[in-house]
Ligand binder design. Structure first.
Ligand code: TYD
Ligand code: MG
Length: 463
C-alpha cells in the first residue's frame, strides 16, 4: 500500500533542537550539538508539519487568505473540559482545550500511563474517549483500570501502532479525546524507516496533530524521555504540539510533579503535584507542606518561597559545605542551575566576604523539584553560609530574592503573594528584598526583614 513516490526526499533533523538541515554535517548549525543530525525521509515535497487545513486552502478549494484587521476577527474563549483531576487542570491552564495536542513526557515508570488512564476514564463520562496503547496489551490496560476503580463504561481502547489504522478507527468511532501511549511506538506505512526512528515518530505525530486540528479532537501524546532529558530524540515534537508537560519525580519518592514546559493555553512552569499510591495518582492540592523536611531547623537549610507558574510554593533548599581534598573543589547543584551556583558563590566571596574557594559546595532542592527562578538566589546563599558556619537559621524563617553581581538584593515578582503563603504556613520571619517588603515591617504576623545588600542579608540571617 505504501507508495514509494519519486517525490520523497530526505532531510536531516537535529535530535537536540529539532532544526532541519538539507545536508548532513557533523555539527548542528543552529544549536551547536555534535553528531546530533539524523536522516529523516519526508513523505513528499510538502512540508510535513504544516496544518493540512491550511494546505487544502492553498490548493484552491477555499479562498486564498487575505489581510484582515485583527479587531474584525471573530473569536471565542477556548472551550475547556475538566480532566476531573484538579492539579492536571491547573497545569493545562484550567482544563483541556478542544483540539489541543498535549505531549506528556517523563521517565519510564514515572506514571504517565496511570495519569492519562485516570484522566481519560473520568473524562469519558462526558466525552467519547479512545485510549490507544502501543506498549501494553489491552488486558494490561483493563486490569489496571479495574484495580484503580475507574469508571470504564464509556472508555474505548485500541491496541495498535500503525498510524493509518489508528486514524481509520478514529474517523469511524469519532472520539473527542485520544491518548496515544506512546508516540515512540507509532509508525506509518508511508515511510520505510524503522519504527521508533526519528522520522517515524515525527511523521506519525504530525499526522495525529493534523487529525486533531481538522476534527477538533484533543490528543495526548505520551513520550519517553532520554537520558539527556529530551523526549526520545525528536525535540521536534515540542514544536508541533500545543503543550509539553513533563512528569518528574525522584526515584524512591512517591511524589510526582507535572510541569508545563510549553503551553499555548496557559502559564509555563505551572506545577501540578501528585502522590503515587495503591490506587494510582492522587492530587496534592496544598503541596507546600511536602517540600519541607518538617524536622527542626538544621544547619545548611533554608526555606524559600518560589513561584513556579501561578502559585507560590514553600520549598526547602539544603546546602552542604565541606573542606575539599581537590585542588578544584566541587560545586554540585541538584534542582538548580549549576552555573548560577558558581556565580552566587563568587558574589558571596566578593560582596559577603565569605571564602568558600577551598570548600566543596553541594546544594539540593528537597522533594525532587526543579527551581528555575532567580528568587532562589538568596535562600541558596543563606543555606550555604549556614552550613559553612554550622549554625542553623532561626526557626520558622523564610527567604527569597535575586542576588545581583554587585551584591545587591533585587526584588522578585509577586512578593506579597509569597509572604502570604509563608504566613499561612506559620512562618515567623522573612528575609526579603526591600522592594518586596511591606512598609510596616510585618505581614499577617510575619516579621519582614527588608534587605538591600547581601551583607545586610547575611547579618539578618546571623541574628
Ligand atoms: P506507569 O503509569 O506505567 O508509568 P509510565 O507509563 O510513565 O511508564 O506507572 C508505573 C509505575 O507506577 C510502576 O512502577 C508502579 C507504579 N504504580 C503504583 O505505585 N500504583 C498504582 O496504582 C499504579 C497503577 C502504578
Ligand atoms: Mg506507560
Amino acid at each position: 500500500m505504501a507508495k514509494t513516490s519519486a517525490k520523497s526526499r530526505t532531510a536531516y533533523v537535529c535530535t537536540e533542537c529539532g532544526a532541519d538541515h538539507s545536508k548532513w554535517q557533523g555539527q548542528c548549525a543552529d544549536c551547536g550539538a555534535w553528531n546530533s543530525l539524523s536522516e529523516i525521509v519526508l513523505e513528499s515535497a510538502a512540508a510535513v508539519s504544516a496544518p493540512a487545513a491550511r494546505r487544502s486552502g492553498w490548493a484552491g478549494k477555499a479562498e486564498a487568505p487575505k489581510i484582515t484587521a485583527l479587531k474584525d476577527v471573530r473569536h471565542s474563549e477556548e472551550a475547556r473540559v475538566s480532566t476531573g483531576i484538579g492539579e492536571f487542570d491547573r497545569v493545562l491552564g484550567g482544563g483541556l482545550v478542544e483540539g489541543a495536542v498535549v505531549l506528556v513526557g517523563g521517565d519510564p515508570g514515572i506514571g504517565k500511563s496511570t495519569l492519562l488512564l485516570q484522566a481519560l476514564a473520568r473524562m469519558s463520562a462526558s466525552l467519547p474517549a479512545l485510549y490507544v496503547t502501543g506498549e501494553e496489551s489491552l488486558a494490561q490496560v483493563a486490569g489496571r483500570a479495574v484495580r484503580l476503580d475507574l469508571p470504564l463504561d464509556n472508555l474505548q481502547a485500541l491496541a495498535e501502532t500503525g498510524i493509518e489504522n489508528i486514524l481509520h478507527h478514529a474517523s469511524v468511532a469519532k472520539p473527542k479525546l485520544i491518548v496515544a501511549d506512546s508516540v515512540q511506538t507509532l509508525w506509518t506505512e508511508s515511510l520505510t524507516a524503522a519504527p521508533g526512528s526519528v522520522s517515524q515518530v515525527r511523521e506519525s505525530a504530525a499526522r495525529l496533530v493534523r487529525y486533531a486540528k481538522e476534527t477538533g479532537t484533543a490528543v495526548f501524546l505520551v513520550g519517553h524521555v532520554t537520558k539527556e532529558g529530551g523526549i526520545a530524540g525528536p525535540r521536534v515534537l515540542e514544536h508541533m504540539v500545543d503543550a509539553v508537560l513533563y512528569f518528574e519525580g525522584e526515584s524512591g519518592s512517591r511524589f510526582r510533579v507535572l510541569r508545563a514546559f510549553k503551553n499555548r493555553f496557559g502559564a509555563v512552569n505551572e506545577l501540578g503535584v501528585f502522590a503515587m499510591g495503591e490506587k494510582g495518582l492522587k492530587e496534592v492540592p496544598n503541596p507546600s507542606a511536602i517540600f519541607l523536611s518538617g524536622s527542626a531547623q538544621q544547619p545548611g537549610s533554608c526555606v524559600m518561597v518560589t513561584r513556579e507558574g501561578t502559585r507560590p510554593l514553600l520549598v526547602e533548599v539544603q546546602a552542604l559545605v565541606d573542606s575539599s581534598p581537590l585542588s578544584n573543589p566541587r560545586r554540585v547543584a541538584v534542582g538548580l542551575e549549576q552555573n548560577r551556583l558558581a556565580m552566587l558563590l563568587a558574589v558571596l566571596h566578593r560582596h559577603g566576604g565569605v571564602v568558600v574557594g577551598d570548600q566543596d559546595v553541594f546544594v539540593n532542592v528537597v522533594g525532587g523539584i526543579r527551581v528555575q527562578e532567580t528568587a532562589a538566589d538568596l535562600p541558596v546563599l543563606l543555606a550555604v553560609l549556614s552550613s559553612l558556619r554550622d549554625r542553623p537559621l532561626a526557626e520558622k524563617t523564610i527567604a527569597f530574592g535575586e542576588v545581583g553581581l554587585s551584591g545587591e538584593i533585587r526584588p522578585v515578582p509577586n512578593g506579597e503573594e509569597r509572604l502570604r503563603e509563608a504566613a499561612t504556613h506559620g512562618f515567623k520571619r522573612a528575609i526579603v528584598p526591600k522592594g518586596n517588603a511591606p512598609k510596616s515591617g510585618t505581614f499577617k504576623g510575619l516579621e519582614v526583614v527588608a534587605v538591600e545588600r547581601l551583607s545586610q542579608a547575611l547579618e539578618a540571617a546571623a541574628e
